[in-house]
Design a protein around this ligand. Structure first.
Ligand SMILES: [Ca+2]
Length: 105
């Protein structure tokens, strides 16, 4: 118990904020929609089923195939596939919500 208190003191629980530009064409082209948040956000109707590439500006997000951050998901973070073309990870034109990265450990 004492140990966990020390951990919380040195590593406070923080929200994993993200800053992402979503594009309706591959390779960061077409219409763009920016989302800055630290919680789940549904894709606006005007961009629904159109997202084909994205730029997370070094942050980490989860993308989901259903609204409310549910359904199949994938991690988009520095070094992962899919940023330039979501078709590479079978998420082209299907992203309906995005959310902060979760601790998968
Ligand atoms: Ca598209």
């Amino acid at each position: 118990m004492h140990f966990s208190c020390i951990c919380l003191a040195f590593f406070p629980l923080v929200a994993y904020g993200y800053n992402v530009h979503l594009y309706d064409d591959a390779f960061w082209d077409g219409r763009v929609h920016r989302v800055v948040s630290d919680e789940c956000e549904d894709i606006p109707m005007k961009m629904k089923d159109e997202i084909s590439s994205l730029n997370t500006h070094g942050t980490c997000i989860f993308i989901y195939k259903k609204r409310g951050c549910s359904g199949d998901w994938a991690v988009i973070a520095p070094g992962t596939y899919g940023h330039s073309n979501l078709k590479d990870i079978s998420f082209d034109d299907i992203v309906r919500s995005i959310g902060p990265c979760k601790d998968l450990s």
